[in-house]
Write a protein that binds this ligand. Structure first.
Ligand SMILES: Nc1nc2c(ncn2[C@@H]2O[C@H](COP(=O)(O)OP(=O)(O)O)[C@@H](O)[C@H]2O)c(=O)[nH]1
Ligand SMILES: [Mg+2]
Length: 444
């Protein structure tokens, strides 16, 4: 992620604090000044930075120290809490059956791409999603959506000449639990666009109208959110392209300051590159202790038991963990996301994974699961003990070929190597944020 300038200076601030043997009022003030500088450099609105500083001062200096906490700990926690405050709240995205979501925004903001990502997000939660191609402005827009639909296996409705007709036809035909409407953009929010979107809104009566904003706008995202909000009404925001800018924090803060709730963040061009917005996770990643809370949550969501998640963070990776990963990939395809959250799992390491591993076919995954089931408990714990004759037996027992068993073992080994290199658990346990994480209930 290109959040380095913002993330980098935050990290520095946090590790400086950890290095202090004693924190006094003066140190708190100098930390706040440093933080202000970092935020303004990252394009966060000056007014917001001032407000944030006041809040930190208040919570750190003006309140009585809780028993058993030092000023240093209070400062770290205060900074963290207020940074999370700056970025708003985690949204509740309703998984309502029969809901309609209208995506609006300027040219190139990522509407069409994110229609697909959001559809996939719902699919992963057991809800079928369809998409309506209501952008008739750009000749290629419908094709673009049709291609995305093919990729994620979601129906795309495009019958009709005008956006209104297409929307109406889509509503008639769609039987999916969620129907997402892609709309046309413009270079700016002019009267023509506002009118088109209002009409579209009247016909669709959407449950949600989400404004799609690219993160590189930085603090200007707030202005755009207010503008759209006034003219057409929105219920939330999707901030896109967080992978390409250091201004993401500023954009998120600005949306929140404009009173708009960020629902999703997008960080890549692939259908899986989307996340429900979670400021805690965002800040956690920025300051660099990886995303334990997120990993734990994901673990629960996909039914990995917490033990397995913890073992993984500690760098343990037996066939059991591998099996959990395969299970999770089936539903949500998140192995790369899970890796994303492990401290130190850099993209360089990811490149060492077997080619195409992140998008293994469903069919192959099923086979792999069968193969693992055919192993003995001891073999699962230590797959290195599997010899040629066992490969034969396992292949026979699982109805696969020896070639497939060997391929699975090879993939497992490569991943294990990567896991070892990341040393996730160790970095975290000794890291400067171990204490903080403990206080936040993320400790282990
Ligand atoms: N890196 C990156 N590129 C994105 C993201 N979202 C969209 N894009 C790219 O931005 C361009 C415009 O996206 P598109 O969905 O067509 O925007 P629209 O005009 O609002 O429909 C395309 O090339 C997308 O691949 C993202 O989150 N990250
Ligand atoms: Mg488009």
């Amino acid at each position: 992620m290109v959040l380095d300038s913002f993330g980098g200076s935050l990290k520095k601030i946090f590790s400086r604090i950890t290095g202090y043997s004693l924190v006094d009022k003066e140190k708190v003030e100098s930390v706040i000044i440093e933080l202000q500088r970092a935020l303004i450099q990252a394009d966060v609105d000056v007014g917001l930075v001032a407000e944030l500083s006041e809040r930190i001062k208040k919570s750190v200096l003006h309140e009585k120290l809780p028993p058993s906490m030092t000023l240093k700990e209070v400062l770290v926690k205060g900074l963290y809490d207020e940074l999370v405050w700056l970025l708003g709240e985690k949204p509740a995205v309703v998984q309502l059956k029969g809901q309609r979501i209208l995506l609006i925004g300027l040219f190139g903001s990522g509407k069409t791409t994110h229609a697909g990502k959001i559809a996939k997000w719902f699919q992963a939660r057991g809800m079928q999603a369809g998409m309506a191609a209501c952008d008739t402005h750009r000749p290629a827009a419908r094709d673009q959506l049709a291609q995305i639909g093919k990729k994620i296996k979601a129906p795309v409705y495009a019958d009709g000449k005008k956006p209104l007709d297409i929307a109406k036809n889509a509503m008639k035909k769609s039987k999916e639990a969620v129907l997402i409407f892609d709309s046309a953009g413009r270079d700016a929010l002019d009267n023509e666009l506002a009118e088109e979107l209002r009409e579209l809104g009247k016909a669709i009566k959407p449950d949600e109208v989400w404004l799609v904003i690219p993160a590189e706008l930085g603090q200007d995202a707030g202005r755009q959110a207010s503008e759209f909000s006034k003219l057409v009404g929105i219920t939330g925001i999707v901030v896109t392209k967080l992978d390409g800018t250091a201004k993401g924090g500023a954009a998120l803060a600005a949306c929140r300051a404009a009173g708009a709730s960020v629902k999703f963040i997008g960080k890549g061009e692939q259908p899986g590159d989307i996340e429900l917005y979670d400021p805690k996770r965002f800040i956690g990643r920025l300051i660099g202790y990886g995303d334990l809370a997120g990993l734990m949550e994901k673990a629960k969501e996909i039914g990995i038991d917490e033990d397995a998640a913890k073992r993984m963070l500690e760098g343990k990776f037996t066939m059991h963990e591998f099996q959990e990963q395969l299970k999770s990939m089936k539903g949500m395809g998140p192995l790369n996301k899970v890796m994303d959250m492990i401290p130190g799992a850099s993209s360089g390491l990811m490149k060492k994974l077997p080619k195409g591993f992140m998008d293994i076919q469903e069919g192959k995954m099923k086979k792999w699961e069968h193969i693992i089931k055919s192993m003995t408990p001891a073999e699962k714990e230590d797959p290195d003990t599997i010899n040629v004759s066992r490969v034969k037996r396992i292949a026979a027992g699982s109805g696969t070929s020896q070639q497939e068993v060997r391929e699975l073992l090879k993939s497992y080994k490569q991943i294990k190597k990567v896991m070892k290199l990341t040393k996730g658990g160790k970095a975290f346990k000794r890291g400067p944020f171990a204490k903080l994480a403990k206080q936040l209930g993320m400790g282990m």
